[in-house]
Design a protein around this ligand. Structure first.
Ligand code: PEP
Length: 249
């Protein structure tokens, strides 16, 4: 089955209300290219205002708690994000794994919570530079997949994002051969875990994707879209990535 490409933006901790103006151009590009899926994950405070501004664009969140409610000061449940209008939630981003010490088990719990409340979970995995230099990248990443993906996951609510930590925000990207090898390894691990359904699960590449390199990265086997940080902050930079995805569909 052909997998539709998904181009998802992660604004991280950037943007105030006035930044939502960027969504108009992105929404227009998404409508002009209905053969690809487009989503933007702004800070949680902007989810509801973003949905109000561009009701046709898929808006996502950047994290959720694994529990549905409780004494977790400062956290947001998947149900709250759903109520705010989110369609997706990124879980296990390497910045959270590093800064908040999130484990694979935490990430799996968050993905399960997302599913319970009707959100698509974008589960992030990726090796550090030390791990790649040591020749351990595939072992590290496939073990993150094994630990972070809920059993019984299906493509209608699970997306994987392969994001080498050393490529995030650095302007460096892996070779296309390395991207192909890692995406194939991730799909093989998913097949062990969820059988034939693995063929339907989208595996995004993330890490310094931009308008210049997107066409090459998105054309790699098993690359079903992109998770885009810096270049998603402006419509001018993000739209060429959407167009590159659309041209391949
Ligand atoms: C990210 O953090 O998800 C990311 C891919 O960032 P950037 O595109 O800026 O490397």
């Amino acid at each position: 089955m052909a997998r539709r490409k998904l181009i998802a933006g992660n604004w991280k901790m950037n943007g105030h209300l006035d930044h939502l103006r960027e969504l108009h151009g992105i929404d227009k590009a998404a409508k002009a290219h209905p053969q690809v899926d487009v989503a933007i994950c702004p800070p949680a405070t902007l989810i509801a205002p973003a949905v109000a501004r561009v009701p046709g664009l898929a808006i996502g969140a950047q994290d959720c708690h694994g529990a549905d409610k409780g004494a977790h000061t400062g956290c947001l449940s998947a149900a709250m994000l759903k109520e705010a209008g989110a369609h997706h939630v990124i879980v296990g981003h390497s910045e959270r794994r590093a800064d908040q010490g999130e484990t694979d088990a935490d990430v799996r719990g968050k993905a399960e919570a997302a599913h319970r409340h009707g959100l698509t979970a974008i589960v992030c995995v990726g090796e550090t530079e030390v791990e790649r230099d040591a020749g351990d990248a595939e072992v590290v990443v496939t073990s993150q997949v094994a630990g972070s993906v809920p059993s019984g996951a299906t493509a209608d609510w699970l997306v994987i994002a392969y994001e080498p930590v050393w490529a995030i925000g650095t302007g460096r990207v892996p070779t296309l051969e390395d991207v192909a090898a890692m995406h194939a390894a991730i799909r093989a691990k998913l097949t062990e875990m969820i059988g034939d359904e693995a063929e339907n699960v989208r595996i995004l590449y993330g890490g310094s994707m931009n308008g210049d390199n997107a066409a090459d990265l998105l054309a790699v086997d098993n690359v079903d879209g992109g998770l885009v940080g810096g270049a998603s902050l402006s419509a001018d930079k993000f739209i060429p990535i959407v167009e590159a995805g659309a041209a391949l569909a």
